[in-house]
Write a protein that binds this ligand. Structure first.
Ligand code: G4P
Ligand code: NA
Ligand code: NA
Length: 190
C-alpha cells in the first residue's frame, strides 16, 4: 500500500533494537483518514471471505481493526489484556509473551462474543514475532471459530511472525512489509 509506505518513510523513525516508531499516525496520535484507507484496503482484500467479525488485541490494533470492521459491515472485538487472570469461566484466554517488552500478558475475549458460526478476520498494527496473533489463533481454536485471514498494517519481515503464520496455512496480508531497519533506514520487501 503505497500511501502507507510513503507515510512510514516520511514520519517513521527507527529506534535502536530494530523498532520502528510510528506514534504520530498509528500508535499514539492516529491519522483517521489513513486508518480509513487502511480499513478500505483490508475490506477489499478480504471481501469474498464471508467474515462475520474482526478481532484484534487492545490497544494499538483497535484503530485499523475498527476501520476494517466498519468497511466490512461487521462488529469489532478487541481482546483485552490483563497481567494474569483468575476468574476465567466466561472467557476465552491465551497467554501472550512479548519478546520486546519481556512480559507475559493474558488476553481474553468474553465467550458471548464468539461462537461456532463465526468466521473471523484478525487485524493487528504490527507483526513482529507473532505472539499476539498466535494468542488470537489459540482463542479462535478453543472457541471453534474459523479464521478467514490475518491482516497486518506493518510487517517486520525479518522477524519470526510471518513464518509462524505460514506454517498454520492461514491467509496473511500485510500492507507494508519491512525487510530491514538496519542503519536507521527503512527498506521494504520488493
Ligand atoms: P508480536 O506480537 O509480533 O510477537 O510482537 P512483540 O511481542 O515482538 O512486540 C511487543 C509489542 O511491540 C506489540 O505491541 C507489538 O505490536 C509491538 N511492536 C513490535 N515491533 C514493533 C515496532 O517495530 N514498532 C512498534 N511501534 N511496535 C512494535 P503490544 O505491546 O502487544 O501492543 P500495544 O499495547 O502497543 O497495543
Ligand atoms: Na503496539
Ligand atoms: Na498490536
Amino acid at each position: 500500500m503505497d500511501l502507507l509506505k510513503k507515510r512510514i518513510v516520511e514520519d517513521g523513525t527507527v529506534l535502536p533494537g530494530n523498532v520502528l516508531k510510528v506514534d504520530n499516525f498509528l500508535n499514539h496520535q492516529v491519522d483517521t483518514k489513513l486508518m480509513d484507507e487502511i480499513g478500505k484496503e483490508f475490506a477489499k482484500l478480504f471481501e469474498g471471505e464471508k467474515i462475520t467479525k474482526v478481532v484484534t488485541v487492545e490497544s494499538s490494533g483497535i484503530a485499523p481493526a475498527l476501520m476494517t470492521a466498519l468497511h466490512l459491515g461487521v462488529p469489532l472485538i478487541f481482546a483485552r489484556k490483563h497481567k494474569s487472570l483468575t476468574l476465567t469461566d466466561n472467557l476465552y484466554t491465551a497467554t501472550v509473551y512479548s519478546y520486546t517488552k519481556r512480559v507475559s500478558n493474558d488476553i481474553s475475549v468474553d465467550k458471548r462474543f464468539l461462537n461456532s458460526e463465526d468466521r473471523i478476520l484478525i487485524i493487528d498494527d504490527f507483526l513482529a514475532n507473532g505472539q499476539a496473533v498466535q494468542g488470537l489463533l489459540e482463542i479462535a481454536k478453543v472457541a471453534n471459530v474459523q479464521v478467514a485471514g490475518i491482516g497486518i498494517v506493518i510487517e517486520k519481515s525479518f522477524q519470526k511472525g510471518r513464518s509462524m503464520i505460514e506454517k498454520t496455512g492461514v491467509r496473511l496480508e500485510s500492507l507494508a512489509r519491512i525487510a530491514s531497519l538496519e542503519n536507521q533506514k527503512v527498506t521494504f520487501v520488493e
